[in-house]
Design a protein around this ligand. Structure first.
Ligand SMILES: [Zn+2]
Length: 577
C-alpha cells in the first residue's frame, strides 16, 4: 500500500548497499540494550532455520485463500495482535477474464476517488478563501496589538474619512489647510492629550479653526478605532470558526477516501509496482511464473503478529511498574538514537521527517510539542522549552500511551515479545486442465524486547502517515502548514488571545540566548562516546544478557513453542501428516 521499504530484521547493516534495519544481536555486545533473536537470513541462506517457516499449498481455486482467512481468525485465539503493514495485488494480462475484471474494479475505484477528490477539492478551495480572509483580518488586528497608530490613522483617512464627502473629508480640505493630514497623523489618541481645540492649536502651532477640525476628526478616529477593533475581532473569530468547520469537512472526505485509495494503490496491473518488494524472503518464483506465463494474479500480504512471551520461570510476584508506569521504560536513549532518529542506521533513514526538530514546552502542566520556528509555546505561552524530535512527539503522544491501556497486544509488565513476520503469497494458475490456487506461507519468528516492538509500532505509524500524506498531496492540502499559520498568528498577536500581552521580556531573551548558546555544546556532549573496550559493555541496558542460559531457557523455549504451534496448525490445515 505504501511505496516504502520495510525496516527489516537484518543480519548486519550494510549502509553502502542501503541495507538498514534491526540487527539480530544475540551474539553482539548490544545484548542487554535490546534483543532481537530469530532467523537472520532469507530462505536458502538460512543455516539454523529453526525460527523460520515455509509452506506451500496448491489446491482448487478458493481453497488456498480459505487457509489464509483461517489463519487470520486463529492468531487472535492464540493471543496474538495483528497488523498488516503492506499488501499488493498484481494481475497479469495472460488471463484475460481476470485481468479485465480487475481492470474494471480499478477503474471503478478511480471513478469513486476522482468524484470524492472533486468534492474535497471544493472544500479545500473554500477553506483557502476563508484562510486568506483570516490572514487579512489577523494583519489588521496586528495593528491594534502592536499599537501601530500610524497605520490605523492612514487607514482611517483613506478608507473612512474620505467617504464623508467634498469639503468635509481631510483629503478634500488640504488646499485650505495644507498640513492637516500630517497634523492629524501626529495627534495623540490618549484621552487626556489633544482633547481641546486650544490644546491642539498651541501644541501643533495651527489656527484655532484647524484645531477645531482636528479635534473633531480625532474624536471620530478614536470612536471608529474602538468600533473597528470590535468588529474585526468578531469577524476574525467567525472566520476562524468557519475555517474549523471546513477543516472538519476536509477531514471527513479524507476518512471516506482513505480505504478506496488504499485499495487503489494496492492493485497493480502487470509490473506496475516499483521495485520496493521486500527483501525479507529473498527468493521469488517470478522467474518461474514469468517463463510459463500461466499465472493469473499474485497477491502478497505482509502480516505482523505479536504477543508477550511469558517467562517459563515460576510466576514471580507482579512486576513493579516503577519507571513511569513501566517495569522498564520502553523508549530508552539507545533505541531512540540508534534505531529511530539516526539517519544512517535508524527508521529516519526511510522516514526522514522523524528526525526533524520540534520544541517541547517544559511547563509541567503543558509539555506540548510545537513548531521549532516558534520561540514560545502557543498552548500556554511559556517561553521555556527544549529542542527535541518529531519522533519523540509521535512516540510519547501516540505509541507509549498504548501500553497502560493494554492496547495492540501490549503489556507494561512484560519486557519480551514474540514477533511473527508473515509474508503470504497467493498465486493463481491457469492450466489446460483447469485453474489452481497456490498459497505460500513464509514466516519468521522473532523474540524481541519491548523497545524493538516500539520501533515496529512507530514504523506502522509512519506507514499510516505515508498514505495520509499521499491523500493530502492529491488534495493539495497540507494540514500541518495550516496549523503552523494559526500557531504563527497566535505567536504574533498573543495579546489578542486573552493572555500575556507582553513583548519579549528580559527573561524570554535570556532563555532564547541560553537555548542558542547551549545548542552547539549539546551536540558536542552527545558526540562524546566511550572508547569501544570490553569495559563499555559491563552492564549495558536493562534487559537480559545471559543468552545461553537465561534467555534461551526463559524466553526462546516459549517463543519456539509458539512458532511450532503455527507450523503444526498450517500443516494440519493443509491435510499433511
Ligand atoms: Zn506550553
Amino acid at each position: 500500500m505504501v511505496d516504502k521499504p520495510i525496516f527489516e530484521f537484518i543480519n548486519r547493516p550494510d549502509h553502502k548497499r542501503g541495507v538498514v534495519g534491526i540487527p539480530i544481536n544475540v551474539k553482539s555486545p548490544t545484548l542487554g540494550l535490546y534483543m532481537a533473536s530469530g532467523a537472520e537470513y532469507p530462505p536458502g541462506q538460512e543455516m539454523a532455520a529453526n525460527q523460520y517457516l515455509h509452506h506451500n499449498y496448491t489446491a482448487p481455486p478458493g481453497a488456498a485463500s480459505k487457509l489464509y482467512f483461517s489463519l487470520i481468525f486463529q492468531l487472535p485465539k492464540w493471543g496474538f495482535y495483528m497488523e498488516k503493514p503492506d499488501e499488493w495485488i498484481e494481475v497479469h494480462p495472460t488471463h484475460r477474464e481476470y485481468y479485465e475484471r480487475t481492470m474494471a474494479t480499478k477503474q471503478m475505484l478511480e471513478g469513486i476517488i476522482k468524484s470524492g477528490l472533486k468534492s474535497a477539492a471544493e472544500s479545500v478551495a473554500d477553506y483557502e478563501l476563508i484562510a486568506h480572509d483570516v490572514r487579512k483580518y489577523a494583519e489588521i488586528l496586528s495593528y491594534f496589538a502592536s499599537k501601530n497608530e500610524h497605520l490605523l490613522r492612514s487607514m482611517f483617512i483613506d478608507q473612512v474619512d474620505v467617504h464623508t464627502g467634498e469639503g468635509i473629508s481631510m483629503r478634500s480640505i488640504v488646499p485650505r489647510w495644507p498640513t492637516i493630514i500630517s497634523d492629524f497623523m501626529r495627534l495623540s489618541s490618549e484621552d487626556d492629550k489633544d482633547n481641546t481645540p486650544d490644546v491642539i492649536k498651541d501644541r501643533y502651532n495651527v489656527s484655532r479653526a484647524e484645531g477645531v477640525i482636528l479635534k473633531t476628526k480625532n474624536d471620530l478616529f478614536k470612536e471608529w478605532r474602538k468600533m473597528f477593533k470590535e468588529a474585526a475581532l468578531e469577524r476574525y473569530e467567525r472566520l476562524k470558526m468557519l475555517m474549523k468547520a471546513r477543516e472538519k469537512t476536509i477531514k471527513e472526505y479524507k476518512e471516506w477516501l482513505r480505504p478506496h485509495i488504499g485499495r487503489f494503490k494496492m492493485t497493480r496491473l502487470g509490473a506496475e509496482r516499483p521495485g520496493v518488494r521486500s527483501e525479507l524472503m529473498g527468493r521469488d518464483e517470478a522467474g518461474l511464473l514469468g517463463v510459463t506465463g500461466l499465472s493469473t494474479y499474485k497477491n502478497v500480504i505482509r502480516l505482523w503478529a505479536w504477543r508477550p512471551v511469558f517467562s517459563s520461570e515460576h510466576r514471580k510476584p507482579a512486576a513493579e511498574l516503577k519507571d513511569r508506569g513501566f517495569v522498564v521504560y520502553p523508549y530508552d536513549n539507545w533505541i531512540r538514537e540508534n534505531l529511530i532518529i539516526n539517519k544512517r542506521t535508524g527508521l529516519s533513514n526511510i522516514y526522514p521527517y522523524l528526525a526533524t526538530d520540534k520544541n517541547q514546552c517544559t511547563n509541567n502542566k503543558c509539555r506540548k510539542f510545537f513548531n521549532h520556528e516558534l520561540n514560545r509555546c502557543p498552548h500556554c505561552n511559556s517561553v521555556s522549552y527544549v529542542v527535541r524530535k518529531y519522533a519523540d512527539e509521535l512516540v510519547e503522544n501516540q505509541i507509549l500511551p498504548l501500553w497502560p491501556k493494554k492496547a495492540k497486544g501490549l503489556d507494561p509488565t512484560q519486557l519480551y515479545y514474540v514477533f511473527q513476520d508473515y509474508e503470504i503469497k497467493r498465486v493463481g494458475f491457469k492450466l489446460p486442465t483447469g485453474e489452481l490456487d497456490d498459497v505460500t506461507f513464509y514466516m519468521k519468528n522473532f523474540t524481541v524486547t519491548q523497545n524493538i516492538l516500539l520501533v515496529k509500532l512507530l514504523e506502522l505509524k509512519c506507514r499510516e502517515m505515508e498514505l495520509e500524506k499521499y491523500i493530502d498531496q492529491l488534495l493539495g492540502h497540507k494540514t500541518e502548514e495550516d496549523l503552523t499559520i494559526s500557531e504563527l498568528v497566535k505567536k504574533d498577536f498573543p495579546g489578542l488571545f486573552g493572555k500575556a500581552p507582553k513583548e519579549d521580556t528580559f527573561v524570554e531573551k535570556l532563555k532564547k540566548d541560553w537555548n542558542n548558546l547551549w545548542r552547539p555544546y549539546r551536540k558536542t556532549i552527545k558526540g562524546i562516546r566511550l572508547p569501544k573496550t570490553g569495559l563499555m559493555f559491563v552492564k549495558p541496558g536493562p534487559y537480559e544478557r545471559d543468552f545461553s542460559e537465561r534467555i534461551k531457557k526463559q524466553y526462546l523455549t516459549e517463543s519456539a513453542n509458539l512458532h511450532k504451534q503455527v507450523h503444526d496448525w498450517i500443516i494440519g490445515k493443509m491435510g499433511m501428516p
